[in-house]
Design a protein. Sequence first.
Length: 467
Amino acid sequence: MSIRRREFLAMPLFLQAPRSTDARIEEIQTGFEDYLYRAPYKFGGKEVDRVTLLNVHCRLRSKAGKTAAGFAAMPLGNVWSFPAPDIPYGTTLAAMRSLAEKIARITRGFTEYAHPLDVNFALEPAYLDAAVETAREMNLPRPIPKLCTLVTASPFDAAIHDAYGRLHNRNSFTACGKEFVHYDLAHYLNSEFRGEYLDPYILQTPTPRIRMYHSVGASDPLTTAEVKKPIHDGLPETLQDWIPYNGVTAIKIKLNGNLLAWDVDRVAAIDRVTTAAQRKRGFTGWIYSLDFNERCPNVQYLLDFERQLKSKAPTAFPLVQYIEQPTQRDLAAHRDNTMFEAAKLRPIVIDESLTGLDALLLAREMGYTGVALKACKGQSQTLLLAAATQKYKMFRCVQDLTCPGAALVHSVGIACHVPGVSALEANAREYVPAANRGWEKKFPGIFIVKDGYMNTAGLGGPGLCTQ
């Protein structure tokens, strides 16, 4: 089946008669930017030292003829979203770039007047089909994962939401409720949400301050003595220097997940350095999160880790706020890796596995008690799963994809509009600050952090505030 035929079949015949608030896509334009990291970022056993940003511009038109432009950007995080030890970095990146062009063509072909939620709901199947076609065209040895497709499609979805908010002079987070959409949440989620809309699940006014998580990669130096190759660019190069520089109060720790002694020693060392740096500042009340990037063999590894860490660094584990995706992302293939025992200690958060409501429900069945919401999985999905996690009373955090510039603004927007999010990760300032240039003047509270918190002033404006 050709891509054009699939585009035709993807058209939303289920849509009701257009509302006056609906809009149609007039234009989609894409572009790419490449950046080298100032220092490599190690997670999941791999080091990343570069990033390609996918930029998407779109224009919407209302039935009355009014138009508005939208913009969004997202890193093509191929190492994270398309892990494939048998495929070179350049090949998985090329696959995402090719898929992005197909997604652009599919999205341009959507000719209905609709709400952004319905555009994404209608087109996601065609995006997934395009991923299958891309893998076949490139003769890849394995399929493109759904997570990778979501990442590639995310700036298209966000740009449409941004334009839609601007079209109505409303913040995009407040333009997805009953006043604007055709369907209740049961249409997108399940019957438990019949008669409900997003309005009560989204803050109409953004939370004014959000705590920022500073990331410590598995190869990041903690002290000056550990710096092997100084960068000399004026920014901190160690954890002990980053803490006073940004007033860091929350630290995300990247771990190996298959080297228990190393993981325990790493957290103990980070706790020693952090305690000394915070004592020097006269600050108490910092927190940690632990990210094993799905490399733990089973839940027993976590239980052994907790026991050994308490023995080696008694002050560290009590400061852990949550633990992120400890075991393999394919939950259905590893149903025995349940998290019930670990979740008695701290919230266990699903991340890489979270690609839709079906994955969320399976994770709950397996003992996961929290979710990582991410801009890179799409604005539409994020809004819908934010509602689901609140109904199911799950822990909520917002995570990064080393998001700079507009992508970071989008991430902060999610964190300050979803109730219950107390902190978010933001690490582009550590690894690729060059991609943030120009944004400091527009959002100094986000891009210039001195007290460990991001000030969200300005994020209640029209659209997603990404341009």
